[in-house]
Design a protein around this ligand. Sequence first.
Ligand SMILES: Cc1cc2nc3c(=O)[nH]c(=O)nc-3n(C[C@H](O)[C@H](O)[C@H](O)COP(=O)(O)OP(=O)(O)OC[C@H]3O[C@@H](n4cnc5c(N)ncnc54)[C@H](O)[C@@H]3O)c2cc1C
Length: 290
Amino acid sequence: MEFIQPATWADALAVQAELPAAAPLAGGTDLMVELNFAVRRPPALLDLTRISELRHWDIDGHQVRLGAGVTYSQVLTDLAGKLPGLALAARTVGSPQIRNRGTVGGNLGTASPAGDAHPPLLAAGAAVEIASIQGTRSVPVDQFFVGAKRNALQPGELIAAVRIPLPTGPEQFSKIGTRNAMVIAVAAFSLALHPDRQEVGTGIGSAGPTPRRARQAEKFLAAALADSGLWESRGGLPDTVAAEFGALVAAAAEPIDDVRGTAAYRRHGLSVMARRTLAWAWQDYQNQRR
Ligand SMILES: Cc1cc2nc3c(=O)[nH]c(=O)nc-3n(C[C@H](O)[C@H](O)[C@H](O)COP(=O)(O)OP(=O)(O)OC[C@H]3O[C@@H](n4cnc5c(N)ncnc54)[C@H](O)[C@@H]3O)c2cc1C
Protein backbone atom coordinates (compact mmCIF):
# COMPACT_ATOMS: atom_id res chain seq x y z
CA MET A 1 0.00 0.00 0.00
CA GLU A 2 1.37 3.37 -1.01
CA PHE A 3 1.71 6.06 1.67
CA ILE A 4 1.43 9.60 0.34
CA GLN A 5 2.09 12.56 2.60
CA PRO A 6 1.41 15.88 0.85
CA ALA A 7 2.58 19.06 2.54
CA THR A 8 -0.01 21.35 0.98
CA TRP A 9 -3.77 21.25 0.46
CA ALA A 10 -3.29 21.81 -3.30
CA ASP A 11 -1.03 18.75 -3.46
CA ALA A 12 -3.55 16.67 -1.49
CA LEU A 13 -6.34 17.62 -3.90
CA ALA A 14 -4.10 16.82 -6.87
CA VAL A 15 -3.32 13.36 -5.46
CA GLN A 16 -6.99 12.68 -4.68
CA ALA A 17 -7.89 13.67 -8.27
CA GLU A 18 -5.27 11.39 -9.75
CA LEU A 19 -5.90 8.51 -7.34
CA PRO A 20 -9.54 8.76 -6.17
CA ALA A 21 -9.35 5.35 -4.47
CA ALA A 22 -6.67 6.63 -2.07
CA ALA A 23 -8.05 6.77 1.47
CA PRO A 24 -7.61 10.13 3.20
CA LEU A 25 -6.10 9.70 6.66
CA ALA A 26 -6.80 12.24 9.43
CA GLY A 27 -6.58 10.95 13.03
CA GLY A 28 -6.81 7.34 11.85
CA THR A 29 -9.11 6.33 14.72
CA ASP A 30 -11.64 4.87 12.27
CA LEU A 31 -9.46 4.17 9.27
CA MET A 32 -6.67 2.28 11.05
CA VAL A 33 -9.24 0.06 12.77
CA GLU A 34 -10.73 -0.76 9.35
CA LEU A 35 -7.28 -1.52 7.91
CA ASN A 36 -6.32 -3.65 10.89
CA PHE A 37 -9.51 -5.69 10.60
CA ALA A 38 -9.13 -5.90 6.80
CA VAL A 39 -12.51 -4.23 6.29
CA ARG A 40 -10.94 -2.28 3.43
CA ARG A 41 -7.67 -2.30 1.52
CA PRO A 42 -7.22 1.01 -0.34
CA PRO A 43 -4.34 1.17 -2.86
CA ALA A 44 -2.91 4.19 -1.04
CA LEU A 45 -3.22 6.22 2.12
CA LEU A 46 -3.33 9.98 1.71
CA ASP A 47 -2.03 11.34 5.00
CA LEU A 48 -3.53 14.79 5.62
CA THR A 49 -1.86 15.43 8.97
CA ARG A 50 0.95 17.61 7.54
CA ILE A 51 -1.55 20.12 6.14
CA SER A 52 -1.65 22.72 8.85
CA GLU A 53 -4.67 24.70 7.60
CA LEU A 54 -6.90 21.66 8.17
CA ARG A 55 -6.19 21.93 11.90
CA HIS A 56 -7.31 25.56 12.13
CA TRP A 57 -10.65 27.13 12.87
CA ASP A 58 -11.72 30.74 12.51
CA ILE A 59 -14.76 32.96 12.67
CA ASP A 60 -16.10 33.91 9.26
CA GLY A 61 -19.01 36.31 9.70
CA HIS A 62 -21.67 34.55 11.76
CA GLN A 63 -20.08 31.14 11.34
CA VAL A 64 -17.24 29.11 12.73
CA ARG A 65 -15.23 27.59 9.89
CA LEU A 66 -13.82 24.43 11.42
CA GLY A 67 -10.98 22.84 9.42
CA ALA A 68 -11.60 19.15 8.73
CA GLY A 69 -8.56 18.20 10.85
CA VAL A 70 -9.71 19.95 14.03
CA THR A 71 -9.77 17.37 16.83
CA TYR A 72 -12.36 16.87 19.54
CA SER A 73 -9.78 18.04 22.08
CA GLN A 74 -9.36 21.32 20.15
CA VAL A 75 -13.14 21.74 20.12
CA LEU A 76 -13.16 21.32 23.89
CA THR A 77 -10.26 23.65 24.64
CA ASP A 78 -10.94 26.36 22.03
CA LEU A 79 -14.63 26.27 21.20
CA ALA A 80 -16.66 25.11 24.20
CA GLY A 81 -18.03 28.64 24.62
CA LYS A 82 -18.69 29.31 20.94
CA LEU A 83 -20.09 25.91 19.93
CA PRO A 84 -21.56 24.43 23.12
CA GLY A 85 -23.58 21.71 21.35
CA LEU A 86 -20.58 20.32 19.49
CA ALA A 87 -18.43 20.61 22.62
CA LEU A 88 -20.96 18.65 24.69
CA ALA A 89 -20.86 15.90 22.08
CA ALA A 90 -17.05 16.04 21.78
CA ARG A 91 -16.77 15.46 25.52
CA THR A 92 -18.52 12.09 25.13
CA VAL A 93 -16.27 10.80 22.33
CA GLY A 94 -14.03 7.84 23.19
CA SER A 95 -11.21 8.54 25.61
CA PRO A 96 -8.69 11.43 25.89
CA GLN A 97 -6.43 9.60 23.41
CA ILE A 98 -9.25 9.28 20.86
CA ARG A 99 -10.28 12.91 21.40
CA ASN A 100 -6.65 13.99 20.82
CA ARG A 101 -6.44 12.16 17.48
CA GLY A 102 -10.03 11.96 16.23
CA THR A 103 -11.33 14.80 14.08
CA VAL A 104 -14.73 16.21 13.17
CA GLY A 105 -13.79 15.81 9.49
CA GLY A 106 -13.02 12.13 10.07
CA ASN A 107 -16.37 11.67 11.78
CA LEU A 108 -18.05 13.14 8.67
CA GLY A 109 -15.82 11.01 6.43
CA THR A 110 -16.95 7.82 8.14
CA ALA A 111 -20.57 9.08 8.18
CA SER A 112 -21.59 6.49 10.76
CA PRO A 113 -25.16 6.88 12.03
CA ALA A 114 -23.54 6.77 15.49
CA GLY A 115 -21.03 9.59 14.88
CA ASP A 116 -21.35 11.91 17.86
CA ALA A 117 -20.49 15.12 16.00
CA HIS A 118 -23.42 14.68 13.64
CA PRO A 119 -26.44 15.47 15.86
CA PRO A 120 -25.09 18.88 17.00
CA LEU A 121 -24.02 19.75 13.43
CA LEU A 122 -27.55 18.90 12.24
CA ALA A 123 -29.18 20.91 15.01
CA ALA A 124 -26.96 23.92 14.31
CA GLY A 125 -27.67 23.87 10.56
CA ALA A 126 -24.01 23.35 9.60
CA ALA A 127 -22.71 22.88 6.06
CA VAL A 128 -19.82 20.74 4.84
CA GLU A 129 -17.24 22.48 2.66
CA ILE A 130 -16.08 20.01 0.02
CA ALA A 131 -13.07 20.63 -2.21
CA SER A 132 -11.56 19.12 -5.34
CA ILE A 133 -9.21 20.38 -8.03
CA GLN A 134 -12.34 21.75 -9.73
CA GLY A 135 -13.17 24.05 -6.81
CA THR A 136 -15.26 24.12 -3.65
CA ARG A 137 -18.90 23.31 -2.99
CA SER A 138 -21.01 23.48 0.14
CA VAL A 139 -23.46 20.76 1.19
CA PRO A 140 -25.90 21.27 4.09
CA VAL A 141 -25.07 18.62 6.65
CA ASP A 142 -28.61 17.19 6.49
CA GLN A 143 -27.93 16.36 2.82
CA PHE A 144 -24.40 15.07 3.43
CA PHE A 145 -25.39 11.67 4.85
CA VAL A 146 -26.76 9.68 1.94
CA GLY A 147 -26.89 6.17 3.43
CA ALA A 148 -25.43 4.00 6.17
CA LYS A 149 -21.77 5.03 6.33
CA ARG A 150 -22.13 6.80 2.97
CA ASN A 151 -21.68 10.50 2.38
CA ALA A 152 -22.06 12.96 -0.47
CA LEU A 153 -18.37 13.04 -1.42
CA GLN A 154 -17.71 12.31 -5.10
CA PRO A 155 -14.47 10.70 -6.36
CA GLY A 156 -11.61 13.17 -6.14
CA GLU A 157 -13.25 15.23 -3.38
CA LEU A 158 -12.06 15.90 0.15
CA ILE A 159 -13.71 17.54 3.15
CA ALA A 160 -12.03 20.90 3.66
CA ALA A 161 -14.05 22.22 6.59
CA VAL A 162 -17.43 22.40 8.23
CA ARG A 163 -19.18 25.74 8.59
CA ILE A 164 -21.23 26.01 11.77
CA PRO A 165 -23.48 29.04 12.41
CA LEU A 166 -22.66 30.68 15.73
CA PRO A 167 -25.57 29.88 18.06
CA THR A 168 -28.05 32.59 19.00
CA GLY A 169 -29.65 30.43 21.70
CA PRO A 170 -28.98 27.41 23.90
CA GLU A 171 -27.69 24.09 22.56
CA GLN A 172 -27.88 20.73 24.30
CA PHE A 173 -26.72 17.16 23.61
CA SER A 174 -27.55 13.85 25.22
CA LYS A 175 -26.28 10.35 24.52
CA ILE A 176 -27.31 6.92 25.80
CA GLY A 177 -24.57 4.34 26.13
CA THR A 178 -23.99 1.21 28.12
CA ARG A 179 -21.43 3.07 30.26
CA ASN A 180 -20.15 6.61 30.63
CA ALA A 181 -17.00 6.49 28.50
CA MET A 182 -15.57 4.67 25.46
CA VAL A 183 -18.95 3.74 24.14
CA ILE A 184 -20.73 4.00 20.81
CA ALA A 185 -24.08 5.68 21.29
CA VAL A 186 -27.15 3.49 21.60
CA ALA A 187 -29.00 6.68 20.68
CA ALA A 188 -28.13 10.37 20.80
CA PHE A 189 -30.01 13.64 20.46
CA SER A 190 -29.08 17.27 19.98
CA LEU A 191 -31.25 20.34 20.32
CA ALA A 192 -30.60 23.96 19.35
CA LEU A 193 -32.97 26.86 19.93
CA HIS A 194 -32.64 29.65 17.35
CA PRO A 195 -34.53 32.56 18.94
CA ASP A 196 -33.23 35.06 16.33
CA ARG A 197 -35.46 33.42 13.71
CA GLN A 198 -37.80 31.59 16.11
CA GLU A 199 -36.73 28.18 14.83
CA VAL A 200 -35.66 24.92 16.43
CA GLY A 201 -32.89 22.56 15.28
CA THR A 202 -32.60 18.87 16.09
CA GLY A 203 -30.25 15.99 15.35
CA ILE A 204 -30.83 12.29 15.99
CA GLY A 205 -27.95 9.82 16.15
CA SER A 206 -27.80 6.00 16.19
CA ALA A 207 -31.47 5.58 15.41
CA GLY A 208 -31.68 5.19 11.66
CA PRO A 209 -29.45 4.42 8.67
CA THR A 210 -28.19 8.01 8.75
CA PRO A 211 -28.07 10.78 11.32
CA ARG A 212 -31.20 12.84 10.75
CA ARG A 213 -33.30 15.79 11.84
CA ALA A 214 -36.72 15.45 13.46
CA ARG A 215 -38.39 17.98 11.18
CA GLN A 216 -41.97 17.64 12.45
CA ALA A 217 -40.74 18.02 16.01
CA GLU A 218 -38.78 21.15 15.04
CA LYS A 219 -41.84 22.70 13.36
CA PHE A 220 -44.16 21.76 16.20
CA LEU A 221 -41.95 23.23 18.93
CA ALA A 222 -41.16 26.44 17.04
CA ALA A 223 -44.89 27.01 16.40
CA ALA A 224 -45.89 26.12 19.97
CA LEU A 225 -43.38 28.64 21.34
CA ALA A 226 -44.53 31.31 18.86
CA ASP A 227 -48.28 30.73 19.39
CA SER A 228 -47.98 31.16 23.15
CA GLY A 229 -45.54 34.08 22.97
CA LEU A 230 -42.92 32.05 24.81
CA TRP A 231 -40.01 33.09 22.57
CA GLU A 232 -40.52 36.61 23.96
CA SER A 233 -41.85 35.95 27.48
CA ARG A 234 -39.51 33.02 28.26
CA GLY A 235 -42.23 31.78 30.62
CA GLY A 236 -42.65 28.23 31.84
CA LEU A 237 -42.85 25.52 29.20
CA PRO A 238 -46.09 23.49 29.34
CA ASP A 239 -45.57 19.77 30.02
CA THR A 240 -47.87 18.96 27.11
CA VAL A 241 -45.52 20.77 24.69
CA ALA A 242 -42.47 18.88 26.00
CA ALA A 243 -44.35 15.56 25.82
CA GLU A 244 -45.50 16.13 22.24
CA PHE A 245 -42.00 17.25 21.23
CA GLY A 246 -40.58 14.02 22.71
CA ALA A 247 -43.16 11.90 20.90
CA LEU A 248 -42.45 13.61 17.56
CA VAL A 249 -38.68 13.14 17.96
CA ALA A 250 -39.19 9.42 18.67
CA ALA A 251 -41.49 9.15 15.64
CA ALA A 252 -38.82 10.68 13.38
CA ALA A 253 -36.35 7.91 14.17
CA GLU A 254 -36.01 4.73 12.13
CA PRO A 255 -34.11 2.51 14.57
CA ILE A 256 -33.27 -1.17 14.35
CA ASP A 257 -32.74 -3.88 16.94
CA ASP A 258 -29.02 -4.65 17.28
CA VAL A 259 -26.47 -5.73 19.87
CA ARG A 260 -26.49 -2.29 21.48
CA GLY A 261 -30.24 -1.96 21.98
CA THR A 262 -33.69 -2.62 20.61
CA ALA A 263 -35.56 -0.29 18.29
CA ALA A 264 -38.24 0.18 20.97
CA TYR A 265 -35.64 1.14 23.58
CA ARG A 266 -34.04 3.62 21.19
CA ARG A 267 -37.40 5.28 20.44
CA HIS A 268 -38.22 5.48 24.13
CA GLY A 269 -34.75 6.84 24.92
CA LEU A 270 -35.08 9.49 22.24
CA SER A 271 -38.39 10.73 23.61
CA VAL A 272 -36.82 11.01 27.06
CA MET A 273 -33.68 12.75 25.75
CA ALA A 274 -35.78 15.15 23.68
CA ARG A 275 -37.83 16.17 26.73
CA ARG A 276 -34.74 16.45 28.94
CA THR A 277 -32.64 18.47 26.49
CA LEU A 278 -35.64 20.75 25.94
CA ALA A 279 -35.98 21.30 29.70
CA TRP A 280 -32.23 22.08 30.00
CA ALA A 281 -32.21 24.34 26.95
CA TRP A 282 -35.32 26.17 28.10
CA GLN A 283 -33.80 26.76 31.50
CA ASP A 284 -30.65 28.11 29.79
CA TYR A 285 -32.86 30.37 27.68
CA GLN A 286 -34.67 31.67 30.76
CA ASN A 287 -31.36 32.23 32.58
CA GLN A 288 -29.84 34.12 29.62
CA ARG A 289 -32.31 36.95 30.22
CA ARG A 290 -31.31 37.41 33.86
C1 LIG B 1 -11.63 3.35 20.87
C2 LIG B 1 -12.48 4.23 19.97
C3 LIG B 1 -13.52 4.93 20.52
C4 LIG B 1 -14.32 5.74 19.71
N1 LIG B 1 -15.37 6.43 20.28
C5 LIG B 1 -16.15 7.22 19.50
C6 LIG B 1 -17.23 7.92 20.07
O1 LIG B 1 -17.49 7.89 21.27
N2 LIG B 1 -17.99 8.68 19.24
C7 LIG B 1 -17.74 8.78 17.89
O2 LIG B 1 -18.46 9.49 17.18
N3 LIG B 1 -16.72 8.10 17.33
C8 LIG B 1 -15.92 7.33 18.10
N4 LIG B 1 -14.89 6.63 17.53
C9 LIG B 1 -14.69 6.71 16.08
C10 LIG B 1 -13.69 7.80 15.63
O3 LIG B 1 -12.83 8.19 16.68
C11 LIG B 1 -14.42 9.05 15.10
O4 LIG B 1 -15.30 8.72 14.06
C12 LIG B 1 -13.44 10.12 14.62
O5 LIG B 1 -14.15 11.33 14.44
C13 LIG B 1 -12.74 9.76 13.32
O6 LIG B 1 -11.85 10.82 13.01
P1 LIG B 1 -10.36 10.54 12.50
O7 LIG B 1 -9.72 11.86 12.32
O8 LIG B 1 -9.66 9.56 13.37
O9 LIG B 1 -10.71 9.88 11.09
P2 LIG B 1 -9.89 8.83 10.21
O10 LIG B 1 -9.94 7.48 10.84
O11 LIG B 1 -8.57 9.36 9.81
O12 LIG B 1 -10.84 8.84 8.92
C14 LIG B 1 -12.18 8.42 9.01
C15 LIG B 1 -12.79 8.35 7.59
O13 LIG B 1 -12.91 9.67 7.06
C16 LIG B 1 -12.12 9.80 5.89
N5 LIG B 1 -11.53 11.13 5.92
C17 LIG B 1 -10.75 11.66 6.89
N6 LIG B 1 -10.47 12.94 6.63
C18 LIG B 1 -11.09 13.24 5.47
C19 LIG B 1 -11.17 14.42 4.67
N7 LIG B 1 -10.58 15.58 5.00
N8 LIG B 1 -11.91 14.36 3.52
C20 LIG B 1 -12.53 13.21 3.16
N9 LIG B 1 -12.50 12.08 3.88
C21 LIG B 1 -11.78 12.09 5.02
C22 LIG B 1 -11.13 8.66 5.92
O14 LIG B 1 -10.67 8.24 4.65
C23 LIG B 1 -11.94 7.58 6.60
O15 LIG B 1 -12.82 6.95 5.68
C24 LIG B 1 -14.06 5.83 18.32
C25 LIG B 1 -12.98 5.10 17.76
C26 LIG B 1 -12.19 4.32 18.58
C27 LIG B 1 -11.04 3.56 17.97
